[in-house]
Each structure stands twice: as structure tokens, then as C-alpha cells.
Design a protein around this ligand. Structure first.
Ligand SMILES: NC(=O)c1ccc[n+]([C@@H]2O[C@H](COP(=O)([O-])OP(=O)(O)OC[C@H]3O[C@@H](n4cnc5c(N)ncnc54)[C@H](OP(=O)(O)O)[C@@H]3O)[C@@H](O)[C@H]2O)c1
Length: 227
């Protein structure tokens, strides 16, 4: 039976990924800050990036796939910046913490749960691409996702030394109807995906990932996103 770990199962895309992967051949473990109302056959763990506790996970479980579906764009304290005058140190620290540092610290705790063929996927974002940035703004979110992309590249190099077939990738889910995107999706001209449509497309791409893709970021249609 395949073992899958989804970090951030309470989010719109995280929840849709649980439904997408939930079948008889797969055992799912999910982390979220608060306990969710999930079917009992799904293994639930509460884990909060803000607390930085040890994750309560059995080191015996070897995961075939780990998906980090967490992320931060805005909350009641911080909004994405439109210009330099809105730059705030705490907002930056928070974005970097949630979007790349905390996931990396969590992954450090999962090294006993990796196998030679584990796929590790981080939900990144197209706006983290430096070469595709034509609009500017959203400093903390863009920069923290660009940092995440560097982290993905680093991990792909380091982990391959020990696990010969491990794959580490970033993935852009498209613009998806969620708490994260809601305040900004009114300005979007292209299709806004439902979480389930995005999750189905992401699963298809994840299924196709091979060693040559490791270290890079792809969108829901399997197009590579340049750094
Ligand atoms: N939606 C889009 O259009 C879009 C576009 C590009 C990229 N993405 C990326 O896709 C990922 C998922 O986004 P989404 O749209 O599904 O957003 P969402 O519905 O707001 O989900 C965000 C997830 O991150 C978790 N999270 C936030 N802060 C956390 C913290 N301090 N500790 C632990 N978990 C925390 C949330 O947990 P709680 O439920 O407990 O708050 C939730 O599970 C993010 O990385 C986002 O950047 C989304």
C-alpha cells in the first residue's frame, strides 16, 4: 500500500488533494493546525508551524509521496505589499517562516520517513519566478516563494546523494478558489480553478514526475516555470 503525507490538509488545495488520493491502495497521513472532520481511515496529526514542536509521526512509515500544501499570502495582520512604502519587517519574517523555513524544519524531522523513491512536492507559485515577474508588488510572497524554489533545488541535490531516486519539485496549482486567493481573484482574467480541479491536475503531474524533473518547478499543466 502506498503511503502519502499531506502537510496542510485543512487548506482548500490540501483538502482537495486528500479526496483526490483517497482510495483503497493508498494510506494517507494528514497534518493540520486543528483537527479536521476526516474519515477515520485517514491518519490525522496536528502540527502548527508557529509552535515548531516535534512532529508526532511514526518513524517506521516510509512515504512514497509528501506534499506540502501550506502557504501564506495574507492574514488579519499582513497584506501583500503594493509598493516599497508598505514593506514591514514582521510581515517579511512571517512569509519566509510559513512559506519556506517552517516546511524545511519539518522536512528535517522526516528524514527517517524517506525512501529511495520518495517524491516530495511543495506548492510554490508562479509569482515566485524572477524571470516571469512583470508586475512587481507582493514583495514578501514573491520573495519567499523564490526562496522556496531555491530550497527545492538545494534539497534535490542533497537528498539525491543518499536516496538515488528521490524527486523534489515545486508545483504551481493555478489560480484556485481559496481563502488565500479570495481577496485578489477578482482581478484575474484567466480561469480560476476549483480546488478539486487543481488537485486532479496536480496529481496527474505528480504521477508523471521522474528524476529529470527534480529540483524544478512546474505548473498544473506540467509546464516548467523558470526560476
Ligand atoms: N490559491 C491559489 O490561487 C494559489 C496560487 C498559487 C499558489 N498557491 C499555493 O498553494 C498553497 C495552498 O494554498 P491554498 O490556496 O490551498 O490556501 P488556503 O486554503 O488558505 O490553505 C493554506 C494552508 O496553509 C496552512 N497554514 C497557513 N498558515 C499556517 C501555519 N502558521 N502553520 C501551519 N499551517 C499553516 C493553512 O492552515 P489553516 O487551515 O489552519 O489556516 C492551510 O492548510 C500555498 O502554498 C499557496 O501559496 C495557491
Amino acid at each position: 500500500m502506498k503511503q502519502i503525507l499531506i502537510i496542510g490538509g485543512s487548506g482548500a488545495i490540501g483538502s482537495a488533494l486528500i479526496s483526490e488520493y483517497d482510495n483503497n491502495d493508498i494510506h494517507i497521513t494528514v497534518t493540520s493546525r486543528k483537527k479536521q472532520n476526516l474519515d477515520p481511515h485517514i491518519n490525522q496529526i496536528t502540527y502548527d508551524y508557529d509552535q515548531q514542536d516535534e512532529i508526532n509521526l511514526n518513524g517506521e512509515i516510509k512515504f512514497d509521496l509528501i506534499i506540502f500544501a501550506t502557504g501564506h499570502l495574507h492574514n488579519e495582520h499582513y497584506k501583500p505589499e503594493k509598493s516599497l512604502k508598505e514593506i514591514d519587517k514582521n510581515a517579511f519574517q512571517f512569509s519566509y517562516h510559513i512559506n519556506c523555513i517552517a516546511p524545511l524544519i519539518l522536512l528535517r524531522q522526516l528524514t527517517n520517513n524517506l525512501t529511495d523513491h520518495t517524491k516530495i512536492v511543495f506548492l510554490s507559485a508562479r509569482v515566485g519566478s524572477i524571470s516571469e515577474n512583470e508586475l512587481g508588488g507582493w514583495y514578501a510572497y514573491r520573495m519567499s516563494k523564490a526562496a522556496l524554489n531555491m530550497m527545492i533545488k538545494n534539497l534535490s541535490i542533497e537528498l539525491r546523494r543518499k536516496y538515488k531516486n528521490i524527486i523534489v519539485c515545486g508545483m504551481h496549482p493555478g489560480t484556485v478558489d481559496s481563502k488565500l486567493s479570495k481577496p485578489y481573484s477578482g482581478f484575474v482574467k484567466h480561469e480560476i480553478f476549483t480546488p478539486s480541479k487543481s488537485a486532479a491536475m496536480l496529481k496527474k503531474v505528480i504521477d508523471e514526475l521522474s528524476l529529470k524533473h527534480s529540483g524544478k518547478t512546474y505548473d498544473y499543466a506540467f509546464q516548467e516555470i523558470a526560476y
